[in-house]
Design a protein around this ligand. Structure first.
Ligand code: SAH
Length: 498
């Protein structure tokens, strides 16, 4: 059954969408979105969902409203589920009601999923409560931009209101708004706040008074989309500013891990108010098809006494392969399991297997020492691992017993637009760059065509000694190495640095 959902995406922080909106987003065949909706929502789409970006930058519409309506209608007529994702709440400006009426007139089934409007939620993230018993007992939301320029606001009536005044789409007319308010009798010293990209990790807020705010805005280069807030509640920002006072607020942190692995570090950064920028320098590609080594080892699984996993990817790809070919964990019951790193141990536990051997430190030399204690000349070890991993573990253990290495995945370059990355590095101050493996370092340097000057001012954090060596060998300045060689360790290194 086709249906169009007008979904309020919330003010920007992707977690501020409703559960209902999120569920529809995940099952929609078509997603129509504009610039106010956080693009990270798109990560949750179905693999084969069609995406339509319909711009909308107040006077610089990427698609006209008629074109947007047509796209939505055409898709609905094809029997699809359409998610029309709109910033904030769909019925607070932004022409949501017009879209609904258009659908109704054409007999297309639709539903509205309300969202948190920027006019309330955006203020909260800047530490400004829209009401407070002592300062404001009502609030009023206006558009600062009119379809018809002659239809101005009735300032005489507005100044009689004692509540908080919020203007949306008002940046082009800011001076007009503030001077009209003063002229109509509002005190020129009334507090004003401007909040740009509210609730996003790059939110920026400035404050002033009705008289001074225009200068403050020019000086700070504040642009659209911004909220204009007028009223005494702005004063409460000094105390209630929970978001901008988070530890990592205003910190741009590059996450260079493979796309699928980046999310853990990125969400920790976001939780602390930072801005994670994912540049997946690498991509993990399983080597499963026609892998003779793998087939041979699977055929003699019962001969192995030990299995060594050196990475999360190794566990995941190997275990999934076992299940894919119709076996289950009983086929590994004669083996002792050795894992390198806490994350690898945890991954194995997902398959209900506890590790038997876990070296304290996660470098190859320590692994060899630890494993040595558990084997003898009759032992036979299986080690599924990355194609490009170092051979030292195999070389050393081979002196003591039989060891079969099976290359089950490789790290390759991801399809990242080089030019975009270089532009980003030129235009944005990057505070930290995180590297979680040697291959990400190498591929990242390749990605920027060896122009390492682009990242001279950023602090480079490495996950451990091997990665640090690669950083130094690539002529990059290593700032710090994580004390614990894990992603949590990388994160703590940044937190402790502040
Ligand atoms: N339906 C939306 C408003 C759409 S009108 C809502 O409920 O929030 C577009 C205007 O909303 C922008 O020009 C800007 O004034 C405001 N706006 C929306 N999201 C914003 C954000 N994250 N930060 C600042 N202003 C925002």
């Amino acid at each position: 059954m086709s249906k169009v959902y007008l979904i309020g995406a919330g003010p920007g922080d992707e977690k501020l969408i409703t559960l209902k909106g999120f569920e529809i987003l995940k099952k929609a065949d078509v997603i129509v979105y504009d610039r106010l909706a956080n693009p990270s929502f798109l990560e949750y789409k179905k693999d084969d969902a069609n995406l339509y970006y319909v711009g909308k930058q107040s006077s610089n519409h990427y698609k006209t409203q008629d074109e947007i309506n047509d796209i939505i209608c055409e898709c609905a007529k094809e029997g699809k589920i359409v998610a029309r994702l709109k910033g904030g709440d769909p019925y607070v400006f932004g022409r949501g009601a017009e879209e609904a009426k258009y659908l109704l007139d054409r007999g297309i089934d639709f539903e509205v999923i309300p969202g948190i409007t920027s006019a309330i939620g955006g203020l909260a993230y800047a530490g400004i409560p829209i009401t407070h018993r002592d300062y404001s007992s009502s609030f009023h939301v206006f558009t600062g931009h009119f379809k018809d320029d002659d239809r101005a606001l009735d300032y005489e009536s507005i100044v009689k209101l004692n509540g908080t005044l919020v203007f949306l789409m008002g940046m082009k007319n800011l001076l007009k708004i503030t001077s009209n308010l003063i002229q109509a009798g509002k005190n020129k010293d009334t507090k004003v706040a401007i909040i740009n990209w509210a609730t996003r990790t790059f939110q920026k807020t400035v404050t002033g008074t009705l008289e001074t705010i225009e200068d403050v805005v020019i000086k700070n280069n504040m642009t659209s989309p911004s909220l204009i807030v007028v009223g005494d509640v702005v004063n409460l920002r000094k105390e209630l500013n929970f978001f901008e006072s988070k530890l990592l607020f205003n910190q741009n942190i590059l996450v260079t891990r493979a796309r699928k692995q980046a999310s853990k570090l990125s969400s920790m950064i976001k939780e602390y108010g930072g801005n994670p920028i994912e540049i997946p320098a690498i991509k993990i590609e399983p080597i499963i098809k026609d892998n003779k080594e793998l087939e041979a080892s699977i055929n003699k699984l019962n001969e192995y006494s030990h299995i060594i996993f050196t990475s999360v990817n190794g566990v995941k790809i190997f275990m999934d392969y076992i299940f894919m070919i119709g076996k289950d964990i009983r086929c590994l019951s004669n083996m002792k399991f050795c894992v390198i790193g806490k994350a690898t141990k945890k991954e194995l536990e997902k398959y209900h297997i506890n590790a038997d051997i876990m070296p304290k430190n996660y470098v190859a030399e320590d692994v060899i020492e630890e494993v040595k204690k558990h084997i003898n000349s009759d032992s036979k070890i299986l080690m599924p691992r990355a194609k490009e991993a170092r051979t030292i573990i195999k070389d050393e253990l081979e002196k003591l017993c039989q060891i079969d290495e099976v290359k089950i995945y490789k790290t390759i370059k991801d399809n990242v637009d080089k030019q975009n990355v270089k532009e980003l590095l030129k235009n944005k101050k990057i505070d930290y760059i995180t590297f979680a493996s040697s291959s990400t370092v190498k591929n990242f340097v390749d990605l920027i065509d060896g122009e390492i000057d682009l990242i001279n001012d950023s602090k480079i954090i490495s996950i451990g000694p091997i990665t640090s060596d690669t950083i130094k060998n690539s002529n990059l300045n290593l700032y710090k190495e994580a004390e614990e060689y894990t992603i949590d360790g990388v994160f703590s290194t940044i937190i402790n640095d502040l």
